[in-house]
Design a protein around this ligand. Structure first.
Ligand code: MEV
Length: 316
């Protein structure tokens, strides 16, 4: 392998994190959801030429080296080999990829999807291949299925397109037209969020009480439509109560937790316009919609209520 310290990468690609503004879980059942990229955190792939045959990936954060022609079951190898297969490339070029990420893991912020996205983008650039964003998203989706069972596809979509989206499963995404930018605080409970387990729990409860769960999903759908209208009309303050109502519905479907509820209450008591859990729930992150003059006080309130990390992001 070449000494990367003396080489410039031949390709560098990044992918953002994500949060879900409205509609998580219900989206698995075909209802719309709104998801936004988080530009302040990202996964990054730096691709270098190598003296060693094949593609080697160094996942630097977890101190793991993957040889994609040998460690065939590793998700990184599957992503790489699917890409080669897509382009009918039989002999992998000699490349060394350094993969890193600043996106918190198991926090509902799309870390896995972002790592796969950065990897595929980096490799396609390094090999001078043309992959459309839709194809990129669907390649990432194949890997997401390994981790999340039956994901809706929202994470790979918002991350591959790196823009706020109105997403309905198996339909073409619609970009969300943000008239006024708005501020979101993303606070971590410090409790790992296992999306697959949370989704399976909802499935179990849905199967036992389908009409009740359908009613919850319909209510979440209605909130999603209202949220989209407010965003597209620049009525940001009206968005706050919608997020809080969505949180109550997520409590009803059993995916909140005492830690999430505590952070949601702390944010709203400190002046956030609205707050809710975001993503798979049970642990992971919550989001709070804030006005610029309450960013600091709400951040302090979230830390005081036990948040282990608070990220400020602007949606524009
Ligand atoms: C995870 O980011 C969002 C969920 O709705 C799962 C999914 O859509 O696949 C909980």
């Amino acid at each position: 392998m070449c000494d990367d310290s003396v080489h410039q990468p031949i390709a560098v690609a990044t992918a953002p994190g994500k949060f879900i503004l409205t509609g998580e879980h219900a989206v698995v059942y075909g209802t719309p959801a709104i998801a936004c990229p988080v530009a302040g955190v990202h996964a990054k792939a730096q691709v270098y030429p190598s003296d060693t045959e094949g593609i080697a990936v160094d996942a630097v954060d977890i101190n793991t080296k993957i040889r994609t022609s040998i460690d065939l079951d590793h998700p990184i190898s599957l992503a790489t080999n699917n890409l080669l297969q897509h382009f009918e490339i039989e002999k992998a070029p000699a490349l060394h990829v350094k993969l890193s990420s600043t996106i918190p893991i198991a926090a509902g912020l799309g870390s896995g999807a972002a790592i796969t996205t950065a990897l595929i983008k980096g490799l396609t650039q390094a090999m001078d291949l043309q992959l459309s964003t839709a194809e990129l998203s669907s390649q990432v989706y194949e890997i997401e299925k390994l981790f999340h069972g039956t994901p809706s596809g929202i994470d790979n979509t918002v991350i591959a397109y790196a823009q706020s989206v109105w997403f309905i499963r198996d339909e073409a995404l619609e970009p969300i037209n943000t008239v006024s930018q708005f501020d979101i605080l993303i606070a971590d409970t410090g409790v790992a969020s296992e999306t697959m387990t949370a989704v399976a729990g909802v499935r179990e409860r849905y199967t036992k009480a389908p009409s009740q769960y359908r009613a919850y999903f319909d209510a979440i759908t209605e909130l999603g439509h209202q949220a989209r209208t407010h965003i597209e009309n620049g009525h940001i303050t009206a968005l706050g109560p919608i997020l809080s109502k969505n949180h109550v519905l997520l409590q009803n479907i059993g995916v909140s937790s005492s830690e999430l509820n505590t952070l949601v209450d702390a944010a709203t008591n400190a002046g956030a316009l609205g707050a809710k859990l975001s993503g798979g729930g049970v642990g992971g992150n919550m989001i709070a919609l804030v006005e610029p003059n309450t960013i600091s006080s709400v951040t302090t309130a979230l830390f005081n209520a036990g948040a282990t990390r608070v990220i400020h992001t602007q949606v524009s």
